[in-house]
Design a protein around this ligand. Structure first.
Ligand SMILES: [Zn+2]
Length: 291
């Protein structure tokens, strides 16, 4: 869950350039359909990609084939698609916040909306949660849809929380989604988180992070390498610095690293960490639990 600021100026002109590009085998089909595609693009922009409102035109078979070919072609006019994939590879997924984005998602799926196959406002970096999305656009109840990374404002506000319990023995991890106040659409938020954001994936990420932190605190909070914090308030400050860094790097509070670090700030977890760090006889940067 991450708001993405796409620069998509020139998308209409690009269609005209493709229509003139004789190296692309379907250029005539694109030329014949340019007015249709521009009308569809304008409808998408007007309705902010909302599948409840964007018209479903159902393009002809030749146009669907041409758009699929254009999406995977190497002509320079669509080089920005490869760039989206490349520049976000291994980084934060715009849909779920994992740190393993590898693919490009068609927000309105290519299978149902081939007319938007190369339309930049419809393309976002995504991870394997794409498998849960596939051809889906809306849910069964009114208003249920996925959050749009370009148009749903404030989806980078903190929405994913984890509570850690039984810290020292066999820790448990509970994942919760809470709609940020500034995200307006509750039906979309609930459907999106329920369908796309893997509680199990988050749990595993936080579990690994917590184990690492317990073995060697500085592997998570660098400042703990040389000295223990002098007060609980200082520990909070150090954790907040790490959270801020993760949020700055991934440009969303819902990246899973920030979710993990934020879980360490929760009152009972923080108290447990503080007691473990202050245990008499524990070496600086030594393990928090007996290994
Ligand atoms: Zn994802």
């Amino acid at each position: 869950m991450k708001q993405i600021q796409h620069d998509f100026i020139g998308q209409f002109g690009l269609l005209r350039d493709v229509a003139q590009n004789t190296k692309f085998p379907h250029h005539n089909t694109i030329e014949a359909n340019t007015p249709f595609l521009i009308a569809a693009y304008k409808d998408y922009l007007r309705n902010k990609g909302n599948p409840w409102h964007v018209q479903h035109y159902g393009p002809t078979e030749p146009l669907s084939t041409a758009m699929a070919a254009l999406y995977s072609s190497k002509i320079k006019q669509v080089a920005y698609i490869r760039e989206i994939r490349k520049s976000h590879s291994g980084r934060c997924c715009s849909m779920c916040g994992s740190l393993t984005s590898t693919q490009v998602d068609h927000f309105l799926p290519q299978s149902h909306y081939p007319e938007f196959s190369i339309f930049k406002p419809n393309l976002f970096p995504i991870c394997v949660c794409n498998q849960s999305k596939l051809g889906k656009t809306v849910g069964p109840a009114p208003g249920e849809r996925f959050l749009h990374p370009l148009y749903d404002r404030k989806i980078s506000d903190r929405a994913i929380y984890v509570r850690i319990r039984d810290h020292g023995d066999t820790p448990t991890f509970e994942v919760m989604f809470k709609k940020p106040k500034r995200v307006r659409d509750s039906a979309a938020f609930d459907f999106h988180t329920k369908t796309l954001v893997s509680k199990e994936g988050i749990k595993q990420h936080v579990k690994r992070g917590f184990e690492k932190f317990c073995r060697r605190p500085s592997s998570v909070v660098t400042a703990l390498r040389r000295k223990n914090p002098e007060s609980k308030a200082e520990l909070v400050r150090l954790l907040c610095d790490e959270i801020e860094e993760a949020t700055r790097e991934h440009r969303t509070k819902n990246n899973w690293e920030s979710v993990f670090l934020h879980a360490l700030l929760e009152r009972r977890t923080l108290n447990w960490i503080w007691r473990a760090l202050s245990r008499p006889g524990r070496a600086v940067n030594g393990p928090l639990v007996a290994l």
